[in-house]
Design a protein around this ligand. Sequence first.
Ligand code: SF4
Length: 324
Amino acid sequence: MRIGIPRALLYYHYHPLWSTFWRYLGLEVVSSPPTSKEILDQGVSAAVAEACLPVKVFYGHAFYLAPQVEFLFVPRLVSAETGTYICPKLMGLPDMLRHAGRKLPPLLSPTLNARCGPRAWEEALTRTARVLGFSAGQAKRACNAAAAEQARYTAKLGEGKTPLDILSEGKEDKEGGQDQNLGTQKALLLLGHPYNLFDDFISLGLLRRLRARGYRVTTAEMLSSRLIAEEAARLPKALFWSLGRLVLGAGSYYLRSGGVAGIIHVVSFGCGPDSLVGELLERKARRAGQLPFLLLTLDEHTGEGGMVTRLEAFLDMVEWRNAS
Ligand code: SF4
């Protein structure tokens, strides 16, 4: 049996967990290729106009995989840690996709909700595996193997690698990789949802461009969850969107401690959580007044020319401040 895992949305956070789980059970895991114009156009043509860009991209990846697999893995992502939610659109994603008017293979959609307890993800994956005829023991062993693989991935992120660096490990094409030995490189903090930052097509090659200009790129994923939790606890009110909490926690940490030459925050047009977090972070950056801050909004119409012009102006400012 082949199961398709779209290379979109939280693939960039959880693909080691999900791929290992199904592979361990003996399924062939097929991931879609990096986003292309064709994949994006497919998604845009089927999604409702109000959907944010990352959801439209996810549709495109799901449609690409549909003819090649017996099942599509589209979890209903509610919460990844106690006390938080991910995003309403991710909770409704399997339903939206089923009603997109395209022929799809059966969707496997466990409800992943950490608010139901520390083992809730494991229990949900186990229930889904049992539907396919696997025993509880087989599913448990698959969960253990998947958790170990995910822990290895998290450790690599903590070493300063991005999901793209890890995905390209072992491949010959290392273009744009971060040279960890260049301790003297200026660092920039790149904030945003992983599906925007690490999708080279959607981000218009932002990560690559920054590295090509000689910057070391730091992202929120490289900080420990303990540090993010400590920073989030300083906020006057608890933020219950986990991706927003990650961005705001990392941004607040660097605004307080320094260590980067500037901050770039990438947001999606039409994203409710981003509109709140973007505003909070921009105000914090303005109040702190120490670091150049750039807010980039992406949608399917974002042109390369406009983005590059703003980026160049921002980097000129970073370099001018460093020189003075
Ligand atoms: S958090 Fe924002 S960008 Fe991400 S899926 Fe939800 S609405 Fe879309």
